[in-house]
Design a protein around this ligand. Structure first.
Ligand SMILES: [Zn+2]
Ligand SMILES: [Zn+2]
Length: 222
């Protein structure tokens, strides 16, 4: 579904990823392994092809966000952007490749293309949607980032927030590496002017997004 001009939420196995329908096509997150088919089908519905894919920005390095990178990129020259704190995590967990097929395929991607993942840093302004700002919000993983499209007032949060029983709340305490840090990071989101919160696993949220973020930030230390 088109949630803003040239911006689509694409339904995949794990929830949603986002397709920016500009001449240089960009994806925000890559979903699980197996997401390629859904994305290919969606792209063709709007008259695009994965051949137009130029970049994939990963909000963090969990398998349900980077698993699809390899199949989406194929043999094309697709730039993968990620915060280095999560890239470092990938390179030291090589032994997991034996035990975990998903992670193994991911590592295979990065080891087959050494140095090809482009690091992003807090404050970077990426050239899509009229300027997409990188906001480092560590906690769920060390390298979790949110992406803020100021013109559209959309904040892509990855897994830095979630929705439970119809309410926006902090990142999962089960799946987050440092939940106190994840909660503190919400202050960064509350500083922005947000109309739409775009999640990885829930539909976009438009009900008083600013108020929701500010309330969460206020209760982060509780
Ligand atoms: Zn995650
Ligand atoms: Zn996730």
């Amino acid at each position: 579904m088109e949630i803003a001009p040239r911006l689509h939420a694409v339904r995949v196995l794990s929830g949603y990823l986002y397709l920016i329908d500009e001449p240089a096509m960009t994806l925000i997150d890559a979903g699980l392994i197996g997401s390629g088919r859904s994305v290919r089908r969606y792209a063709s519905k709007i008259g695009r092809s994965l051949d137009d894919l130029t970049r994939i920005i990963c909000t963090h390095a969990h398998p349900d966000h980077v698993g699809g990178v390899r199949e989406l990129a194929g043999d094309r020259d697709v730039e993968v952007l990620m915060h280095p704190a999560d890239l470092d995590g990938l390179s030291v967990t090589l032994r997991d490749a034996v035990a975990n097929r998903n992670r193994g395929q991911l590592i295979a991607y990065f080891t087959r293309h050494p140095g090809e993942a482009t690091p992003v840093a807090d404050g970077d302004l990426l050239p899509m949607l009229g300027g997409l700002q990188v906001v480092h919000t560590p906690g769920h993983t060390p390298g979790s980032v949110c992406l803020y499209a100021a013109q559209q007032r959309i904040l892509f949060v990855g897994d830095a927030l979630q929705v439970i029983r119809g309410k926006v709340t902090f990142a999962s305490s089960v799946f987050s590496e440092d939940i106190a840090l994840a909660r503190a990071s919400v202050a960064r989101m509350a500083d922005l002017d947000v109309e739409t919160i775009a999640f990885a696993h829930y539909p976009p949220w438009r009900d008083d997004a600013n108020g929701t973020l500010r309330t969460l930030a206020r209760t982060a230390g509780n």
